[in-house]
Design a binder for this molecule. Structure first.
Ligand code: ZN
Length: 329
């Protein structure tokens, strides 16, 4: 037989427990587990990319993620930006995302070679090429000129109105659209912030999310205070997307960190010994989202294990020279 005070104490404990579970959900229960990736077409990534340390390295490294998706890395010896470019083959079209940075790398020649080899393997004479971009900063479109006179090619301007028109985005930036390469659908996700007309692409066949300069292992530059909220909203849009789609890997357009957590190379250095791998995970993206939520409307520079939140105007407060917006390069 319980004494009345015992009953009261038990009841109070029960209420406390109920309140705790309802009002203070654990953070792990708020972040869903990533979806299984077993249904996706597999691919591989290299352990190391060319990183500027070998004077004999090619001007562009070509890596076959699998037979229909190629990753090109521009050598740091041509330009410190050393961006990654992507070539994705569907049944009717192949899309090139970005044309690289300064330093005159042979992008056209390299793309021609990959297309030729792909066509030979697939018993095709040719395939229509789409030249498009993640965004219009100079280090992602410097070699557009190499494709201007190419036959069987559609050139998509990086300018926002032209780009929206091509992909059919009428409601910027909240409308996600599909782009079909022929039996291969890409989801196109508007992600302004780093650049006002930035796009992220998701390949449904492989589950690869191509995150451009919105998310990569390096300085996540946001250049103006007015870009901060769009950057936060875009990250939320990406997190909502990856929670509903199987993600094999997240590949951005640069690597600026070493293989040590939180540690970046000096910006603009032309050699990256012991460079971090390119790939990021859904957990990394969730970490960025949680970080931006916590910062709210008071951004600051903060290194994380695999990325660095970098509102550029804050750099001046520490006497550092802020990086130049790619538009002004
Ligand atoms: Zn860039």
């Amino acid at each position: 037989m319980l004494k009345p005070w015992m009953k009261t104490a038990l009841l109070a404990a029960a209420f406390a427990l109920l309140f705790w579970t309802c009002a203070v959900p654990s953070t792990t229960s708020m972040v869903p587990e990533p979806l299984p990736t077993a249904s996706l077409e597999p691919g591989s990534l290299p352990e190391h990319w060319i990183n500027g340390t070998d004077e004999n390295e090619p001007l562009i490294q070509v890596h076959a993620y699998n037979d229909d998706l190629y990753i090109l890395r521009q050598s740091k010896r041509t330009d410190y930006e050393a961006p990654f470019l992507y070539l994705i083959f569907g049944d009717e079209k192949v899309i090139l995302l970005d044309t690289g940075s300064r330093g005159k790398p042979p992008v056209r020649e390299t793309v021609e070679r990959v297309i030729k080899e792909w066509c030979a393997k697939n018993n095709r004479d040719d395939i229509h090429l789409i030249v498009s971009h993640t965004h219009g900063h100079g280090d992602h479109r410097a070699n557009d000129y190499q494709f201007r006179d190419r036959d069987n090619t559609t050139y998509v301007s990086w300018r926002q109105n032209r780009m929206q028109e091509f992909f059919g985005i009428t409601d910027w930036p909240t409308q996600l659209v599909e782009y079909d390469l022929g039996n291969r659908v890409l989801d196109v996700i508007p992600t302004p912030g780093h650049h006002r007309a930035h796009l992220v692409f998701y390949d449904r066949r492989t589950g690869v999310l191509l995150s451009g300069d919105t998310f990569y292992p390096g300085f996540l530059f946001v250049f103006r205070p007015a870009d901060w909220q769009p950057f936060r909203d875009s990250t939320k849009r990406l997190v909502d997307f990856v929670r509903k789609h199987p993600i094999a890997t997240i590949l951005g357009c640069h690597v600026e960190m070493t293989d040590q957590p939180k540690h970046a190379f000096a910006y603009r250095t032309k050699q990256h010994p012991d460079e971090r791998v390119l790939e990021l995970t859904v957990a990394d993206l969730e970490e960025l989202h949680a970080t931006l939520e916590a910062m709210d409307d008071k951004p600051y520079i903060e290194p994380h294990d695999s990325f660095i939140v970098y509102p550029a105007w804050q750099a001046e407060r520490f006497g550092a020279k802020p990086p130049v917006d790619g538009d002004k390069k």
